[in-house]
Design a protein around this ligand. Structure first.
Ligand SMILES: Cc1ncc(COP(=O)(O)O)c(C=O)c1O
Length: 416
């Protein structure tokens, strides 16, 4: 079975070259620019019934006609996507926000992070194209996701991570059967070397990294899920953590697609949030630049999003933010830790990198950009279990234990 002509191919973001939908491509064959998947929106608008789609399983593949897959019979899924959208009145009240929501991939993804939304597409395409091995470079979450979906698809996996990657992410990837290679150096250096390796043709692995244009599309489902959850009304603001910013680019694209198809009548403002210690997109946005120069990288607790040189993807992210009338916000490590603890008070267990959107809210309020009455959605992207050493640093575990009922009673009465 094939999808009937919805996904029509790719165009290059840089030179406009068109590539047909059946091609196994990473970058533009002409100029090495990033590729953007194209669809027949007139056909989609005619054929897709939103109410009917809503009756499908609540996962990424609910939106399969809007994804670049030609053979849906080979979909590799672990039930990713469909994460909860929760109103956060306690945090909202503390900040003076009346309409604050979080969408938590952190607490509802098969491997504990947003990466599952996009790696499900890669594993599916790898089967379509006949690969035997999935590979990626990663700050950790993409590696564990790649390993899990490779296992699910019956494929092997090879992942390259910075040496300092949090151990839970590394262990998770190995546990799923990945061959993990720890690389010394900054992630952006590792990314450049890994991409060189993939484009050298010396290995025949299916790349689930930053050049894969099929993978990007999985992130669009954020937009569809949010619009649907609000009964096709669009929030005023969407805040997302940004490494290269792929989630922002594609969430923005998802909203634009829905507008084209007549599903929604307005667009949200998009906000990229980065740790100030490693914030090239924020620096470029604050200077009003059209592109994102690389910067030196300082140490930050938000290791998952510490990308000092996002390259053309960073430029695309910047353009998406600007086109939406949004912003880019840098937040300090202290602010990130506070946000992580604040989320715990709402029962949400989020790794520091995945919690940065909450730390950006006071900045947006202070600058006057955000009106306290507006509807805001903060995306949470990685589980607290993913960076567990950071969590351990934030709690004091009692050293002594009690024994027997009398001691339990005494302990209980000392609390009550
Ligand atoms: C926890 C977490 N949040 C957010 C991101 C940002 O991803 P991107 O900028 O590619 O959308 C990453 C990327 O590694 C991540 O691990």
């Amino acid at each position: 079975m094939t999808q009937s002509g919805y996904f029509t191919g790719f165009t290059c973001v840089k030179c406009g070259t068109f590539a047909s939908p059946d091609r196994d491509l990473l970058l533009c064959p002409k100029c090495d620019g990033l590729l953007d998947a194209q669809y027949d929106y007139a056909l989609l608008a005619r054929k897709l019934d939103r109410a009917q789609l809503s009756r499908r399983a609540n996962d990424v593949w609910r939106w399969q006609e809007l994804l670049p897959v030609l053979d849906p019979s080979r979909i590799v899924t672990l039930g990713e996507g469909g994460s909860p959208l929760l109103q956060c009145n306690q945090i909202g009240e503390t900040l003076g926000l009346k309409n604050l929501w979080v969408k938590s991939d952190a607490t509802a993804s098969p491997t504990g992070s947003l990466k599952d939304r996009s790696i499900t597409i890669c594993a599916t395409k790898a089967l379509e194209f006949g690969y035997k091995v999935l590979s990626c470079d990663s700050t950790g979450n993409k590696a564990s996701s790649t390993a899990a979906y490779a296992a699910r698809a019956g494929l092997k996996s090879v992942v390259f991570c910075p040496y300092e990657t949090p151990l839970p992410k590394v262990a998770q990837a190995i546990f799923f059967g990945a061959r993990l290679i720890r690389v010394k150096g900054h992630y952006s250096e590792i990314n450049a070397m890994y991409r060189k390796l993939i484009h050298s043709g010396r290995v025949k692995w299916y790349d689930c990294g930053t050049d894969n244009p099929f993978r990007y599309e999985g992130k669009k489902t954020y937009a569809y899920e949010i619009a649907q959850a609000f009964n096709w009304s669009v929030p005023d603001w969407i805040l997302q953590p940004a490494a290269g910013g792929m989630s922002i680019v594609k969430t923005w694209k998802g909203f634009q697609e829905m507008k084209k198809m007549g599903w929604i009548d307005r667009l949200p403002k998009m906000v990229a949030v980065q740790a100030t210690e490693c914030a090239p997109i924020v620096a470029a946005w604050e200077k009003g630049l059209n592109n994102v120069p690389g910067i030196g990288k300082g140490p930050t607790i938000a290791s998952a999003i510490a990308v000092s040189n996002p390259g053309p993807l960073g430029d695309w992210t910047l353009q998406s933010i600007v086109a939406s009338g949004g912003a880019a916000v840098g937040v300090s490590d202290d602010e990130i830790l506070t946000a992580t603890k604040t989320l715990a008070r709402e029962g949400l267990f989020v790794e520091p990198s995945g919690a940065v959107t909450i730390s950006a809210l006071p900045h947006l309020l202070k600058s006057g950009r955000l009106d306290p009455r507006e509807r805001v959605v903060c995306i949470l992207t990685g589980s607290g279990f993913k960076d567990f050493e950071r969590i351990l640093e934030m709690v004091t575990i009692p050293e002594q234990g009690i024994q027997g009922y009398e001691e339990m009673l005494a302990a209980a009465e000392s609390i009550a």
